[in-house]
Design a protein around this ligand. Sequence first.
Ligand code: GDP
Ligand code: MG
Length: 453
Amino acid sequence: LSDRLTQTFKNLRSRGRLSEADIDATVREIRRALLDADVAVPVVREFTRAVRERSLSAEVSGALNPAQQVVKIVNDELVAILGGQTRPLHLAKTPPTVIMLAGLQGAGKTTLAGKLALALKEQGHTPLLVAADLQRPNAVNQLSVVAERAGVPVFAPHPGNTSAADDPAADAPLIGDPVGVARDGVAEARAKLHDVVIVDTAGRLGIDEVLMRQAADIREAITPDEVLFVIDAMIGQDAVNTAKSFADGVDFTGVVLSKLDGDARGGAALSVAQVTGRPIMFASTGEKLTDFEVFHPDRMASRILDMGDVLTLIEQAEKAFDTEQAEKMAQKVASGEDFTLADFLVQMQQLKNMGSMKKMLGMLPGMGQMREQLDQFDEREVDRIEAIVRSMTPAERDNPKIINGSRRARIARGSGTSANAVNQLLDRFSQAQKMMKQMGRGGGMPGMGPGGM
Ligand code: GDP
Ligand code: MG
């Protein structure tokens, strides 16, 4: 895919406004990438529609070419749908924190129970595992093995009774009441002062009403702080139906994507997140208990897009752009050179390009006093400022003092603003100019330059 995209890039103009043709060419590639990653078809459709819309109305960045901009929009959108930030576990104010696992049979719930317990134990918690999967006799035994490997205790219906567990007749009838076991397990955790309790539940091969009812009953009985829906990353197009059924039948607070060590590019992550709006919290990446990590939406986005190189390029281009502009400005200030309206305009455009005033302020130590002013800064204002400055002659830009009444009226007309707006801009500019001069006298801005960022 990366090759195809590179080709698409070559065929595009390197600069300028995003045209519909540019956008469509890139969106086509994105659609193919998502389908390759096994993102569910309706999700792909909805996603590309949203991206196309956003791209059409996107501000043109100075740092990126049109195709890169579309990819960046795609990536940002993916990261946002995948939950934006890594979402940590919600711990209960009053322990124990109750975590319930749900998902189809073979999804990786029991394995995850062990992984989660080990990770929590290493963070200083004292987890208890509860075996509420009584669908198959062997399930309890499997959780006990996992618990032993993690070095955490397990609460099971018939402790010590291994005869049932050894029974090879896999799908024997229920060997106990899973709701009761779950409830007793949580009570045990409370009594023995475990601060976290992880309840493993049964799954079926397909979506099943009886199973869903059981999971919902368990949920009702133990009112968990988190219900984690475990889903196999290889599930592909079935992700949507499965996720919807669990969202409707049990509801869950977070998602765990398992078997990410396989070939799957992880399209299921996007399908589940888009359809349920629930954050993906953890990733399971192997059969060992340590093959477990918190989920990073940004990494997943680049895995789904399969264009890590392109994304790195985009990041570097943006960084270089920021640094270059900031350095130019710093040099100008440090050398005490006069700060002109043209500089002011460039500065405003940078603020707009970067999208975030705070980021800019972070890059320019010494501008803290501007923070409040800039917090109230309306980005559309930049367009107005730009129009006004563009309506000035070079002589007026170099020396705004020559702007008299008739010049002001001309500029206002040319920019489609008012004489009042021109005055306001000139006032603001002269304030900024004074400030820049002060900073220049103060010996420049400490910490500027490539080393100081
Ligand atoms: P459950 O039915 O939901 O409890 O699923 P299990 O935890 O029993 O897992 C089903 C199978 O998948 C087992 O053979 C596990 O070893 C395997 N498994 C679980 N998680 C992962 C994973 O992240 N990667 C790989 N490769 N295998 C996994
Ligand atoms: Mg299991």
